[in-house]
Design a protein around this ligand. Structure first.
Ligand SMILES: Nc1ncnc2c1ncn2[C@@H]1O[C@H](COP(=O)(O)OP(=O)(O)OP(=O)(O)O)[C@@H](O)[C@H]1O
Length: 483
């Protein structure tokens, strides 16, 4: 029988079946954990054997989702979200027998508000967003809000222990940067992400809550940046018409402006953990650091509930640093992306209950350039005398113009007469030399307040992902064994 006829017959025979071989043929791991796109094939007996054995295995996997709530941002990135979903993802979901309820968003925060109020979450096994980091942020805000309010938690209290969300989140990358997808999957490929959803992978992730004066502001999963990164975002927002090139232009402009900001940072160092921000190891699929620190975290949360560790005891551990900073960054993940392959904190972990607090003190432009260049080089980016890094569970920042009188008095004693003029400026903001303040960049959004209280919530959400996979010895061409 001619090959064409045989294929046609086979197609007719298998039409409507939940899972077809074409989807699984050619799916294999590549370097960095990417999965190749499927290609259509004819079903020969050996292939049929494969299909039935894969189906058996998949049926046995109870973690596979069967019904998904999908939000598509039609305006994210190059405005191809709808097209990507319809062309590359929906056919795979259909072949895997996954039912979907698709909502194409009509305005910003549509997905967040729908999740908060209307979505019948009990009907679904997961939520999928088709878009970029902004869209992912909408989903986590909606889901976390809903989970906490349904369980009577007070979102405005930074002391509140939040409840982990039961629904997993899938990200189909269709934005302009897609950093979260890159950091959790290792690649920005819609088919790879769809397959992670279909097989029901699971990757826990920490979330930071950001409060100001006992009022909830936002959640963050990647970068909270004050100073340089806050200024770059604020400036680039004014140049939206330029597209992604605006980040480069604003970056150069802010580098040349070289603003530094005064304030105090207090932090609670992470105790009883393994790993430091300067480790050579990286957070990878099945990370033992995340596993160990996650367990330790739940043990100490239990102890705290039972009042074995008193609050005053933990208060004693707070440390404070006052000074002039070019940048204050908190990286809850490496923040690696195609532009900065190592990221801001290469050894940060996705789910260890901590964030890496990086303080870049006032220094020369040349030194700051050295620091920025280290994000792309092999050198240790924290090995500079004006940069310090701490792995923390919680931190607070107070800009100098918001510091209390007692704090200012302390500064006065420490730094002498110069502070008197700053005090005068603080009391008379119309004065031209008012101490300058920056804004916080919270996962790409500007925060409305500068004095903030940040707390890490260990493994609060779960993604349909498995973390970045190390290339196997045969895929890693830099490894001599591969040759
Ligand atoms: N229908 C819509 N109309 C306008 N804005 C929307 C709509 N749906 C979502 N948004 C908003 O668009 C913003 C950007 O979307 P998204 O993150 O998907 O793309 P992006 O900004 O290009 O990608 P990235 O965040 O990765 O750089 C989000 O903050 C989201 O709130």
């Amino acid at each position: 029988m001619a090959a064409g006829k045989r294929l046609k017959r086979e197609k007719e025979r298998t039409a409507g079946r939940p899972l077809q071989c074409c989807m699984w043929r050619g799916v294999s791991a590549t370097a960095g954990g990417a999965l190749r796109s499927p290609s259509p094939v004819q079903t020969r007996p050996c292939v049929r054997l494969w299909i039935s054995s894969i189906r058996e295995q998949l049926t046995a996997t109870t973690s596979r989702p069967k019904h998904l709530l999908v939000y598509i941002n039609p305006y994210g990135g190059k405005r191809k979200g709808k097209h990507i979903y319809e062309l590359k993802v929906a056919p795979l979901f259909a072949q895997a027998g996954i039912r979907t309820h698709v909502i194409v968003t009509e305005y910003a925060n549509h997905a967040r508000d729908h999740l908060k109020t209307q979505a019948e979450l009990k009907k679904f096994d997961g939520v999928v967003c088709v878009g970029g980091d902004g869209m992912f942020s909408e989903i986590i805000h909606g889901l976390i809000w809903r989970t906490q309010t349904d369980n009577g938690r007070n979102l405005n209290s930074p002391e509140e222990t939040l409840l982990p969300c039961s629904l997993r989140i899938g990200i189909i990358p269709a934005g302009s940067t897609d950093c979260i997808c890159f950091a959790t999957v290792g690649t920005n490929d819609p088919v790879t992400s769809a397959l992670h959803i279909i097989v029901g992978d699971s990757q826990s992730m920490d979330v930071c809550s950001v409060h100001h004066n006992n009022t909830f502001l936002r959640y963050s999963v990647s970068l909270l940046g004050y100073g340089f990164y806050g200024d770059v975002l604020t400036d680039s927002e004014r140049k939206r018409w330029m597209g992604p090139a605006r980040y480069d232009l604003s970056g150069v402009k802010m580098f040349l402006t070289h603003h530094y900001y005064e304030g105090s940072v207090s932090y609670l160092p992470a105790r009883d953990i393994i790993g430091t921000p300067r480790d050579p190891g990286r957070c990878r699929s099945g990370c033992s650091v995340c596993q160990h620190n996650g367990e330790k975290h739940s043990e100490s949360a239990e102890r705290y509930k039972m009042d074995i560790a008193s609050e005053s005891e933990s208060d004693m551990e707070w440390r404070t640093i006052r000074g002039k900073f070019l940048a204050i960054n908190a990286a809850s993940m490496s923040c690696a992306c195609p532009r900065s392959p190592k990221g801001l904190s290469p050894a940060a972990h996705l789910a260890d209950g901590t964030t890496d607090l990086i303080l870049v003190r006032k220094c020369s432009r040349f030194d700051f350039l050295r620091h920025l260049l280290r994000h792309t080089s092999k050198d240790d980016q924290f090995d500079l005398n004006f940069v310090e890094v701490h792995r923390v569970r919680r931190f607070c920042f107070t800009p100098r113009h918001c510091q209390s009188d007692s704090d200012l008095e302390l500064d006065l004693r420490e730094n002498g007469k110069r502070q008197i003029f700053s005090q005068i400026c603080r009391d008379h903001p119309a004065c031209g030399c008012t101490p300058a303040y920056s804004s916080w960049n919270c996962d790409g959004e500007i925060l409305t307040h500068t004095a903030i209280d940040v707390r890490v919530h260990c493994q609060l959400i779960k993604l349909f992902a498995r973390g970045i996979e190390e290339p196997t010895v045969f895929e890693d061409l830099t490894n001599p064994c591969a040759i």
